[in-house]
Ligand binder design. Structure first.
Ligand code: SAH
Length: 410
């Protein structure tokens, strides 16, 4: 890692007095080789390599398509609802448990509409059993992870939208192997159904009342860039939101889509008219640094990403989250907190909050989290400028289950 001061043109937007003081560490991939494009910049992979997709599953289809498929198999339409109830409500794909379906043809129906998608490779626990990381193998051998977390009063699942990721952020373990492929809508939904099954089996313990529990919140902060897999993401989201038995009956507010900042897709998401929570992984308020930290910044600059985030708020009324991983001497300077606050306030009040997260070191890297006092100062500067700020601590570090640590290796 080099410790140069950024060249002047990079910091030109920052008043000279605020640039002095601490050193500036530049983002350089450590312990692995970052793929470069022909122009010498970090490579970006927007399109998924053409690979075979898994067999079509109930959760890839709309309720009308499910009925059509069941009728194609020569069965009455209401069988689709029964099958959906088994899958979404009871989390079961076991034909022998579906005793309300006639025994003859049951196996065929299940294998036609509920092909197995995720095979469990490993399950790791930490935080006294309140955090569980699942490693899944997909039909073609690709690996993905999801992380289940119990918090007081809610259960959150962090899910993957792609196997690997094409966004090539130098601080994130997922990007290091590039993008393998997009997940299908059902591969996304099945992570939630599998988590609900694990909860029902008592994997996260039980409530004192013994009342059944399910995943309340979903964050698309696992592997992949959800907005680079837009169509399947939205199919999955619609199924997560659909009332039972057509889907999981979840609330849109409880689902957070997190993005590096694919501006046209953020605007498209805003126009869907679904009050999902949107999080922008900003990590730097100045293009000089963000160009290197978040390679997609070469396409869409900080101001464009913030304008799109503001548009998201205007269209949906949902307060946007700004993710900011605090990296020692790289993006944690007080002047950057001031610049961030300024850029957010320029776009109005009450539309955004900031979630700084101390960086989780990636394996083989010497990138480290900011010092405690630096973190406190960063938060203080934002708060004094009137920006609601919540310092996050990510769960699951000990099992490489925290943000940016998902690499899905066996
Ligand atoms: N591609 C999406 C979602 C996946 S990552 C996105 O970038 O938003 C989820 C969050 O974890 C993002 O804010 C990402 O920047 C952050 N992250 C990645 N690596 C991290 C690390 N090592 N420490 C802390 N946060 C990290």
């Amino acid at each position: 890692m080099s410790e140069t001061i950024l060249p002047d043109e990079r910091t030109a937007q920052v008043p000279a007095a605020t640039r002095t003081g601490r050193r500036q560490v530049r983002p350089v991939a450590e312990g692995w080789t970052q793929q470069l494009a022909a122009d010498g910049r970090p490579a970006l992979q927007f399109a998924s390599p053409r690979r075979k997709q898994p067999e079509t599953h109930l959760a890839d289809l709309t309720p009308a398509e499910r009925t059509a498929k069941v009728e194609e198999l020569g069965l009455p339409a209401f069988r689709a609802k029964q099958l959906s109830t088994h899958y979404f409500t009871h989390c079961t794909t076991d034909a022998s448990a579906m005793t309300d379906l006639p025994a003859s043809g049951r196996e065929e129906l299940v294998s036609a509409l509920l092909p197995p998608l995720l095979t469990e490779v490993r399950r790791l626990r930490t935080d006294d059993g309140r955090t569980i990381k699942f490693l899944w193998r997909l039909f073609d051998g690709a690996l993905v992870e999801s992380v289940l977390m119990r918090y007081p009063g809610r259960i959150t699942l962090c899910i993957s939208s792609q196997a690997g990721c094409g966004m090539n952020c130098p601080f994130c373990a997922t990007g290091q192997a590039g993008l393998t492929r997009n997940l299908s809508a059902a591969e996304i939904v099945d992570q939630v159904v599998a988590a609900n099954r694990a909860i029902a089996q008592g994997e996260l313990g039980h409530r004192p009342s013994g009342a059944p529990e399910r995943v309340h919140n979903i964050v698309f902060m696992g592997m992949g860039e959800p907005l680079a897999n837009y169509k399947r993401l939205m199919t999955a989201v619609r199924t997560l939101l659909a009332p039972q038995p057509d889907g999981l009956g979840m609330s849109a507010r409880g689902i957070t889509v997190s993005s590096v900042g694919l501006v046209p897709a953020i605007r498209k998401l805003a126009d869907e008219d679904i009050p999902l929570t949107f999080a922008l992984s900003l990590h730097a308020p100045d293009d000089g640094l963000r160009d290197e930290l978040i390679p997609v910044n070469s396409r869409w600059k900080v101001d464009e990403a913030l304008d799109a985030a503001r548009y998201y708020f205007e269209k949906t009324g949902r307060r946007v989250s700004i993710e900011y991983a605090l990296i020692k001497d790289m993006n944690d300077h007080a002047w950057r907190a001031d610049l961030l606050a300024q850029k957010l306030n320029e776009r109005g009040r009450g539309w955004v909050h900031v979630n700084p997260i101390p960086l989780n070191p990636t394996p083989g890297s010497i990138w480290t989290a900011s010092e405690r006092d630096v973190t406190a100062e960063f938060v203080h500067r934002l708060e004094s400028a009137g920006i609601p700020t919540t310092l996050r601590d990510t769960r699951g570090k000990e099992i490489d289950g925290a943000c940016g640590q998902l690499a899905a290796a066996e």
